[in-house]
Design a protein around this ligand. Sequence first.
Ligand SMILES: [Zn+2]
Length: 120
Amino acid sequence: MSAYNWITAFATCPHCGTEHEIVIQTHMSSSYGGDERGLFFDRCYALGEKMRWWSKSHPKFAEWIVSHAVPKEPDSFLECCYGKCSGCKQEIDSVVQFSDVTPVLVKDIGVLDEWPSDFP
Ligand SMILES: [Zn+2]
């Protein structure tokens, strides 16, 4: 099983229709490896918070981008992730935009049976 991290964001839940903290599971910047500060998995990040990863000069730097991420624009990638509403506990999907090892934006959020067709 591949490593993952967590992103939390406030958004209007597509299931209960109210604003709640959405907990999102991401595989970006996720590895069972790490550095002297610790391993790069099971960490929790807010939007705009740079994720822990190897430095740009490290041979594994480019691996912060998972293979199922969709290039959006130069240095920007979209990942469709599983998430859960902290209010109603409904599982949802969310499209998160990443740039420079950082989750920057929740672009879309939906109910799981409507997984966006342009994402793996
Ligand atoms: Zn909800």
